[in-house]
Design a protein around this ligand. Structure first.
Ligand code: PLP
Length: 360
């Protein structure tokens, strides 16, 4: 889902990054320091993640896709390996696996969390070597159930940074966690990505790949660096991570209270610790979903179908759609409503009231 551009000024956009005066000052400090490429501020971001996770190591990169690609590579994934991933996910997963040359294994998702279904994975027979477990829109993927299948796990926290489940920060359980700082994510630098792992050797390998310049020995490496300009913006936003989570939770709670009979939502939206990256409503059928979208639009509220049918990864690969009944149904019934800290209380109340008055 790309950043929405062409919305009318009077519309409440589906997404709008919050850039505070502190954020601007942080960027300005970098600009006036005369060191604007990867440098000390990027290192500070990496330290912030080590602090957040009370240990391990972190490596900042140019994007979440780069983070996925390099995590797979540094965990030893090659053309001989298989990598399982949910079909209801962004194409970045497939692209990263293809960059490594491994074989993707596309799995259906659970109807309540929209996360990869461990049973569906099991029923595909042979264990994959790696699984990308996406905490979709902030929901909790069942990492432990996946670990039972004897494979290495990458937690994709691009939509769940700062989310807490049963007292634990998401991203701690797998072999590595990856993050994105794209414009529509919880924390943004415009673009950017990061890998955190408790295994420092994994991060050493990633950092070696990223430092392509002035090396004595030649190895294929690549410029996937973040700039200090991005890192300055991200660092500044990271200091508000808990406030951001609480504001998103607050808005989600107001919508939940206004939800009319007949509409449900993605599981866990009201849970303590949830990072409500998206507030996704589930309608009983396609007609109701499309009616809700149009109804909101006429009231000046942008909403988005978070993943369209043609974007499902099994559709890209032309696999049998009958093996993906849940994802095939979700693309017809889901609608994502605006939920982000730059919303005013007036905007939040307007959306809640509109939801409440929607006649199914
Ligand atoms: C955004 C996103 C990515 C890719 O991140 P980029 O920074 O856009 O490359 C990967 N996985 C998920 C779940 C995402 O939401």
């Amino acid at each position: 889902m790309k950043q929405s551009m062409g919305y009318k000024d009077s519309m409440i956009p589906h997404n709008r990054p919050l850039i505070t005066s502190e954020d601007r000052r942080a960027v300005d400090l970098v600009l006036s320091s005369s060191w604007i490429s990867q440098g000390p501020i990027t290192a500070t971001l990496e330290k912030q993640f080590v602090q957040l996770y009370s240990g391990g190591a972190a490596c900042a990169l140019s994007s979440g896709t780069a983070a996925l690609f390099l995590t797979l590579k540094s965990l030893g994934c090659t053309t001989k390996n298989t990598v399982a991933m949910p079909t209801y996910a962004c194409s970045a997963l497939l692209n990263a696996v293809n960059m490594v040359g491994a074989t993707p294994k596309i799995i259906d998702v659970l109807p309540d969390t929209f996360c990869i279904d461990p049973e569906a994975l099991k029923s595909q027979g042979q264990n994959p070597d790696y699984v990308i477990a996406v905490h979709t829109y902030g929901a909790i993927a069942e990492v432990e159930a996946l670990q039972n299948q004897d494979c290495r796990i990458i937690e994709d926290c691009c939509q769940s940074i700062g989310g807490v489940n049963a007292g634990d920060l998401l991203g701690k359980k797998g072999d590595a966690a990856i993050f994105s700082f794209y414009a529509t994510k919880v924390i943004t630098g415009g673009q950017g990505g990061l890998i955190w792992s408790k295994d420092k050797a994994v991060i050493e390998t990633v950092k070696d790949y990223r430092e392509f310049d002035c090396r004595e020995n030649y190895l294929p490496r690549f410029n996937l660096q973040m700039t200090d300009i991005q890192a300055g913006l991200i660092n500044s936003q990271m200091s508000r991570l808990k406030d951001i989570r609480e504001r998103r939770q607050y808005i989600a709670k107001i919508y939940l209270d206004a939800l009319p009979d007949g509409l449900t939502v993605q599981a866990g939206l009201g849970d303590a610790g949830r990072m409500a990256h998206r507030f996704v409503v589930i309608a009983p059928d396609l007609m109701t979903r499309d009616a809700l979208k149009l109804y909101l639009e006429l009231l000046g509220i942008s909403s988005a179908v978070p993943i369209e049918r043609y974007e499902l990864l099994h559709r890209y690969l032309k696999l049998d759609k009958n093996n993906y009944p849940i994802a095939e149904s979700l693309v017809d019934t889901t609608l994502s409503l605006p939920v982000y800290p730059s919303m005013t209380d007036i905007e939040v109340d307007k959306i809640a009231l509109s939801l409440k008055e929607f006649k199914l």
